[in-house]
Write a protein that binds this ligand. Structure first.
Ligand SMILES: Nc1ncnc2c1ncn2[C@@H]1O[C@H](COP(=O)(O)OP(=O)(O)OP(=O)(O)O)[C@@H](O)[C@H]1O
Length: 615
């Protein structure tokens, strides 16, 4: 029952595809034609054999007289054969019947070949389409997942769902929806043909079925946990490689290679153990079944020869029985050897389905209608945080009632201890998550009622972890340019890029290993400024810049002054001193708010941290 339910779920997951149904019809025709071939060949053999025997009998005698003669001369076995083959003494081979029978057999064999090729082509095209569609679904899902789901090692999990698991589950589509039903049909058809031909031999041939079934169930049961472990560990290895590759320099600096190698070795060994145990189970099916089939084959060959001499069967019938025995054992062996593949594919299917079923971000940006190039606000917006609370999934509150206004066209700096929630606050402003309570307003409009795309289209963000793609610095900057044709202060962008080794032509690699951290920040700041945003968020954006670079960046920001509402998250006194107002975040609230000189004079938290002079 569980298997039937799983099959239905898989079918529903893939959706209907006429090609698979058509391939199934062709395969059924192929299977039925295959089953007729032994009978047709049996006829052919009987015509040749009875013709050959008839030449050894005196022409003119009736068959009964010839049989009588043979019995009298002590050739009882031959007499039996003559009786069962229906040979006409002296007649020789009936060539007309022979050609007719050969033509029918050839047509049946050709039909098997053509329908198999057709079915294979259809399955292949349906499977390739299915893989593409599943990949698209995985890709679309990635854009709908909450940002937290794609952080850290979970990227490896996503990568796996996107590649290995999708490929693996696709390998079962053909076997499951075409081969499997055809194999079952072939077994039933061959069984019926065998029973009709000879119940005695049918019984011997069927002896393998319970053995095969028992073996298959045992293997499936014992192999499953190993296969699940194999796919789980493959995912962990992907995640591990992703982590280690991403933090390569850091690991080298801390001489962490022995530890990461140990972790990798452990995972690798676990994968090897799981794969070996799974393979040991699945690999044992075919040899054992081959042995059972060979045994049945020998029994049928010996008993068949004896029965033929007794005149109980013709040579053609014996030949057909032997062929049917093989036709019966082949699908059984195929069925059993396909089981591990099916099982492994189903495990991957489960993982892909779980991934696709994961909770999505509410109203993901990808579903938003394209945001029309809105042009610049005549005035930059005012951003207001009203009693904003926020807790991460683990429940511990990070923000406990933030009341803060970022005045239009002004720069507000947010300071606070490590882990106080500054980045969380900027994330809420970009709608990566929504406040657990309270509101964030842009020019009086609650952003919870605005699409994520619209909110983000107003902003440019620079974080301390610059995101750059392969190309040149100039191309990276162009990525942020407005699409509504408004002019950007190119001189300001150029002056920022002039700080790079080859200016805008400076090559940038995807993993950004070619540039220093300060240079990378320079490019991301230039990109943000080139976007001429309504709201600019700089989260430790100049943390890696030297004083000279910071000065260049500062000049660039100066150019945006009054045009943009800016939120700067920083620990650096030199940066926050440039802000119009400073807000101090502690215990999830804004505890102080004012200009640097006001806060220093007030003698509170800000003065305690920065009062001894610039840091
Ligand atoms: N995805 C997350 N899930 C659970 N907790 C998180 C998550 N991200 C951050 N936190 C926690 O929320 C708190 C605030 O983090 P946040 O990154 O906002 O601090 P921050 O003030 O920006 O720190 P820093 O100055 O070090 O950048 C921290 O205690 C952090 O551990």
């Amino acid at each position: 029952m569980r298997i039937v339910r799983a099959l239905r779920e898989f079918r529903r997951f893939l959706g209907s595809d006429r090609r698979l149904s058509f391939a199934l019809v062709l395969s059924v025709v192929a299977a039925l034609s295959t089953v007729t071939v032994p009978v047709l060949l049996a006829r052919l053999t009987n015509i040749i054999f009875s013709g050959a025997v008839s030449t050894r009998l005196p022409a003119g005698d009736t068959r009964e007289q010839a049989v009588e003669q043979l019995r009298r001369s002590g050739q009882g076995d031959l007499a039996n054969v003559v009786e069962t083959t229906g040979a006409v003494p002296g007649a020789g081979i009936d060539w007309d019947r022979l050609w007719a029978a050969a033509a029918v057999a050839l047509i049946a064999i050709a039909l098997v070949t053509i329908t198999r090729i057709g079915s294979g082509l259809l399955v292949n095209s349906a499977v390739q389409d299915a893989i593409r569609t599943i990949r698209e679904r995985v890709e679309r899902k990635i854009h709908r997942l909450p940002v937290s789901r794609l952080e850290g090692g979970r990227r490896g999990e996503v990568l796996n769902a996107m590649t290995v698991d999708v490929d693996n589950m696709s390998t079962v589509i053909g076997p499951l929806f075409v081969q499997l039903p055809v194999l079952v049909l072939t077994v039933v058809a061959v069984a019926v043909a065998l029973i009709l031909l000879s119940p005695f031999f049918a019984l011997i041939a069927f002896a393998t079925i319970p053995v095969t079934a028992a073996l298959a169930f045992t293997v499936v049961r014992f192999a499953r946990p190993h296969m699940q472990a194999q796919w789980r560990t493959t995912s962990s290895i992907s995640a591990h490689i992703e982590d280690v590759y991403g933090a390569h320099d850091m690991i080298a600096a801390y001489d962490g290679h022995p530890q990461t190698s140990r972790e990798f070795d452990e995972l690798n060994r676990r994968l090897e153990r799981a794969a070996r145990s799974g393979q040991a189970w699945s690999g044992s099916i075919t040899p054992v079944l081959t042995f059972c089939n060979a045994l049945v084959f020998v029994i049928i060959a010996v008993l068949g020869a004896l029965k033929m001499l007794d005149g109980a069967v013709t040579l053609g019938t014996l030949q057909a029985v032997v062929m049917y025995t093989q036709q019966l054992s082949a699908p059984m062996t195929e069925l059993s050897s396909t089981l591990p593949t099916l099982q492994s594919g189903f495990i991957s299917f489960g993982r892909v389905r779980t991934f696709l079923g994961a909770d999505e971000e509410s109203e993901p940006a990808v579903d938003d209608k394209p945001v029309a190039a809105h042009g610049r606000h005549t005035l930059p917006p005012t951003v207001t945080f009203e009693r904003v609370h926020y807790s991460y999934a683990d429940g511990s509150p990070v923000l406990r009632g933030i009341d803060l206004t970022l005045p239009a066209g002004r720069t507000t700096a947010l300071v606070g201890a490590t882990g106080s929630g500054k980045t969380t606050l900027t994330g809420l402003l970009q709608r990566f998550a929504d406040p657990t309570a309270g509101r964030i307003l842009i020019d009086g409009e609650d952003i919870a009622g605005m699409s994520r795309s619209k909110v983000r289209s107003m902003m440019a963000v620079v974080t301390q972890d610059p995101w750059l793609f392969s190309g040149t610095a100039g191309e990276n900057v162009d990525y942020g340019r407005p699409t509504d044709g408004r002019a950007v202060d190119e001189a300001m962008v150029d002056s920022l890029l002039a700080g790079l080794p080859s200016g805008p032509e400076t090559p940038v690699s995807g993993d950004s290993t070619l540039l220093s951290a300060g240079e990378k920040q320079l490019i991301t700041v230039a990109r943000a400024l080139a976007a001429d945003p309504d709201i600019l968020i700089l989260d430790e954006a100049t943390s890696a810049a030297d004083p000279r670079t910071e000065l260049i960046i500062g000049r660039g920001l100066e150019a945006l002054r009054n045009r943009t509402t800016t939120l700067i998250v920083t620990h650096r006194y030199s940066t926050l001193a440039t802000a119009d107002t400073i807000a101090v975040l502690a215990d999830g609230r804004i505890i102080e708010h004012g200009s640097a000189s006001e806060l220093l004079a007030a003698g509170g938290e800000f003065a305690r941290i920065y009062g001894r002079g610039p840091t």
